[in-house]
Ligand binder design. Structure first.
Ligand code: AHR
Length: 380
């Protein structure tokens, strides 16, 4: 449904419903009619005329609707790629919500972690004159020009998951507090290490895609805590949020830092799976019973299964199910309202019972969720 048509439809529908309200109690007698706040009298003949006008208005709405693309709302979604379990869950969530059955026509582009391809996808949506554009920005900068083009074309943009840091030309953002996730991982580690009598932390970080706000926030949050407790971060290299990337970086870490590290922080579950393979091959033990504390982010089903298997020591959720909230934003915009401009997804911190410890972030006590079969079953 095109925006220029929407205005006509809304005003036709308003006229129709106002007129329908007038005719609903038509019984051949005079009926009160509200006219600019003044009650007037309407005769039977006038009521019949009104009924005809209602039919005409309804017909006009129907014709307008049919001449549009079957009333569907056109949405273009420029997705990051398919690098992780998290991403698969995010894509599925959007495809489920923005289905034809729900009244949408979704153009989906998997940008394969290529920023140039993502800009091109957005421009192709402008050319298609879609009604809304959803962007999950691979990196947080380089957006102002293309968002200005969206604005000039009158197409509202909704940003999901990662943030855009160099432009505010979008209607709303729905996503995660990545810095909070990094702070949570750090403060949990402090409390857990204390509970085990571990006084020295030598950490290796496998970060996500460089320049993605998910990477920046998690790195900054964890580093802030590390600095405050005087820990050593031996190295931080990107595994690009992939299993292969995680394995490759961990293989090199196992050689360069053999016997020197007791914590590995992977910025998503898939990197953790790759790091586990590398540590297995190098004979390094990890998890609540091993020599290395293994921290992960995302807490997708497969990640929580590795927590249950005592491989990942703690997993910090990044919630991929933003689509229902994005739909709320679109409904608000459709009805001419102003949506909330920032919506944070609810997130939980997961571990087995023997790795659940009390901790707080900037004085705010945090709750942890114990990983059980039911919890895993309910996850994405
Ligand atoms: O932006 C969210 C991050 O991107 C998730 O942590 C990761 O799995 C994905 O690739």
């Amino acid at each position: 449904m095109k925006k220029r048509l929407l205005g006509a439809l809304i005003s036709s529908a308003m006229v129709a419903s106002l007129l329908a309200g007038c005719s609903s109690s038509n019984s051949g007698t005079t009926e009160p009619v509200t006219d600019g706040g003044t009650e007037t009298e309407q005769t039977t003949e006038e009521t019949a005329d009104t009924a005809a006008t209602v039919e005409e208005a309804a017909q006009e709405v129907a014709e307008n609707t049919e001449s549009a693309d079957g009333e569907l709302i056109d949405i273009g979604f420029a997705q990051v790629g398919h690098e992780s379990d998290w991403r698969t869950a995010s894509t599925k969530s959007c495809q489920d919500v923005f289905s034809e059955a729900n009244g949408y026509n979704l153009s989906f582009v998997d940008c394969d972690n290529d920023s140039a391809a993502q800009l091109e996808a957005v421009r192709s949506f402008i050319e298609q004159d879609v009604d809304y554009i959803i962007i999950d920005p691979i990196v947080s900068t380089g957006w102002d020009t293309v968002l200005t083009e969206c604005e000039d074309a009158g197409i509202p943009v909704i940003v999901i998951d990662r943030t855009i840091d160099d432009s505010d030309k979008y209607a709303a953002w729905v996503g995660s507090d990545f810095k909070q996730e990094g702070l949570a991982a750090g403060e949990w580690l402090k409390a857990y290490a204390d509970s085990k009598g571990i006084t020295e932390i030598n950490a290796l970080v496998i970060s996500g895609t460089t320049g993605a706000s998910a990477q920046i926030g998690r790195s900054d949050g964890f580093k802030e805590v590390a600095d405050s407790y005087g820990w050593t971060i031996l190295d931080e290299q990107s595994g690009d949020f992939t299993e292969d990337g995680g394995q490759e970086v961990m293989e090199s870490y196992c050689k360069s830092y053999e016997g020197k590290f007791n914590v590995v922080v992977c910025q998503n579950d898939n990197e953790a799976f790759g790091a586990m393979t590398a540590m297995d091959n190098a004979g390094v033990t990890y998890g609540p019973d091993g020599d290395v504390i293994l921290i992960s982010f995302d807490a997708c089903t497969a990640g929580l299964e590795e927590v249950k298997a005592r491989k990942i020591t703690a997993d910090f959720e990044c919630n991929p199910l933003a689509a229902p909230t994005v739909e709320e934003v679109i409904k608000t915009l459709q009805s001419g309202g102003t949506p909330e401009t920032e919506v944070y997804m609810p997130e939980h911190w997961y571990a087995l019972s023997d790795a659940i410890v009390e901790f707080s972030i900037n004085g705010e006590a945090q709750e942890m969720t114990e990983v059980t079969d039911e919890v895993i079953e309910a996850q994405y």
